[in-house]
Design a protein around this ligand. Structure first.
Ligand SMILES: [Zn+2]
Length: 256
């Protein structure tokens, strides 16, 4: 089965550090390939406590959209877990260059444990197992950050990770399933994150088969994202879901 499993739905500092929502990232199973996207704090714990358990050794790749801690905190332990403690050299880690240079979030010794590392770049095209993905556009987020279009045989999953809104943002992410990190309820101009109104604009423009809101900051958590998603579904005529910790989506229900 092709699935997206949310090992966390927390976004930004406060929801993450208080663990009001978990922050383990997204486990994607597509065409027999398992990848983990953005293993934030608790990713390993969330894999092992999932029912059924997710075995990190099944992973063929780990994708990091950017270096912020709520996305990268568990990347080193997930590399160790994917490679059986470093004894089985395998898997690919995909990350922006600033996750590896200067003040790197991926430790040098952990890099030796994987088959190889690929640097994400704007307009990049990548393969892992049976999946291909693209990073069509560098997002606006202070550190080097990329959204993803992940392609399987029958479906494309787009992830708009942390970013400030910009005019043609939606046009780069046309997956039939669209995951959007919606940190803020209201727009705060000085913070490079999407707010609810901006997510709505994107969904309205792209009309995916399914839109999933996730990566919630405090304002969003308090505003009951599941109610917001229901309202948006009615308003836009597009199925919108608010991700919950542990939620699993059957991708095949939403193929074109
Ligand atoms: Zn971020």
């Amino acid at each position: 089965m092709n699935t997206i499993k949310f090992l966390g739905t927390a976004g930004a500092r406060f929801v993450v550090m208080k663990q009001l929502r978990a922050s383990g990232g997204i486990w994607l199973t597509l065409d027999g390939t398992h990848v983990l996207i953005d293993p934030g704090p608790g990713a390993l714990l969330r894999c092992l406590s999932s029912r059924p358990k997710l075995d990190p050794q099944d992973l063929e790749g780990i994708i990091l959209t950017h270096r912020h801690l709520d996305h990268s905190n568990d990347i080193n332990i997930m590399i160790e877990a994917m490679t059986n403690g470093g004894f089985k050299k395998k898997g690919v880690v995909f990350a922006p260059s600033d996750a590896l240079q200067g003040d790197p979030v991926i430790l040098k010794y952990a890099r030796e444990q994987v088959d190889h590392i690929e640097i994400l770049k704007e307009k990049g095209k990548y393969h892992v197992g049976n999946i291909s993905f693209e990073t069509p556009k560098q997002l606006k987020h202070g550190v080097e950050t990329y959204g993803l279009n992940i392609r399987g045989k029958n479906s494309t999953i787009s992830l708009i990770t942390d970013t400030d809104y910009f005019t043609d943002l939606a046009s780069f992410f046309n997956g039939n399933i669209l995951i959007i990190n919606v940190v803020m309820l209201e727009d705060r101009c000085n913070i490079e994150h999407l707010c609810l109104n901006e997510a709505e604009l994107i969904i309205k423009e792209n009309k995916p088969r399914l839109a999933i809101l996730t990566h919630f900051g405090m304002g969003m958590v308090k505003a009951k994202p599941w109610e917001i998603a229901e309202q948006l579904t009615k308003k836009l005529g597009v199925q919108v879901l608010a991700a919950q910790d542990g939620m699993q989506i059957n991708i095949d229900q939403y193929t074109k």
